[in-house]
Design a protein around this ligand. Structure first.
Ligand code: MG
Length: 185
């Protein structure tokens, strides 16, 4: 079967990693509890930033956020390697800017994810993911972002939401822990 995955906040804990970097850069010590209470994808609010300032900070730190020591979610690397080991195909579909495509692919390999070069899609807009998902005829697709998932509901691919507070209103199948993946297929 064909399995597709978003990367950021689906397979890796990017927002929390960025939250820690924000604390360091802004010389603040906002507790992680504030992060866990966030109901938005964006993380700037506990730092007293507005949406524009938050976006500027994110954009100025993207290289550091993307390519340092962000942790994968527990069990994610193992679960995807197990899929490949069992003969399934794994695809990555990330809306990170195209300029980061090659480096992101190499970074994913380095931290242990199974990556086939031509199974890696990067640089589309959120709403363009659907075209790729349809063309690939994925059996399963996993993402965290409501704006992406809402474009996909009418299609034959089985969708799973990676569980976060900001997507708890979506009443779809969800995965909380990557160790559960093998029970889904
Ligand atoms: Mg994501």
């Amino acid at each position: 079967m064909k399995f597709g995955f978003d990367i950021d906040d689906t397979l890796i804990n990017l927002r929390q990693h960025a939250f820690n970097i924000y604390n360091k850069k802004l010389k603040k010590n906002i507790p992680l509890a504030s992060f866990h209470a966030l109901k938005t994808v964006e993380i700037h609010e506990p730092f007293g930033l507005n949406a524009i300032e938050g976006k500027q900070l994110w954009d100025s730190l993207r290289e550091e956020i993307y390519f340092t020591d962000c942790s994968p979610f527990p069990g994610a690397v193992e679960a995807l390697n197990e899929l490949v080991h069992n003969g399934h195909q794994v695809y990555y579909i990330t809306a990170r800017n195209k300029q980061f495509a090659t480096k992101t692919k190499e970074w994913m390999k380095e931290i242990g994810f199974p990556v086939v070069d031509h199974h890696f899609y990067c640089g589309m807009e959120d709403h363009e993911k659907i075209t790729i998902i349809q063309n690939l005829k994925l059996d399963y697709y996993f993402d965290d972002k409501p704006a992406v998932l809402e474009t996909l509901i009418d299609h034959s691919t089985q969708l799973y939401v990676k569980d976060h507070l900001y997507n708890e209103h979506l009443e779809w199948n969800r995965i909380k822990d990557w160790k559960e993946l093998k029970q889904l297929y």
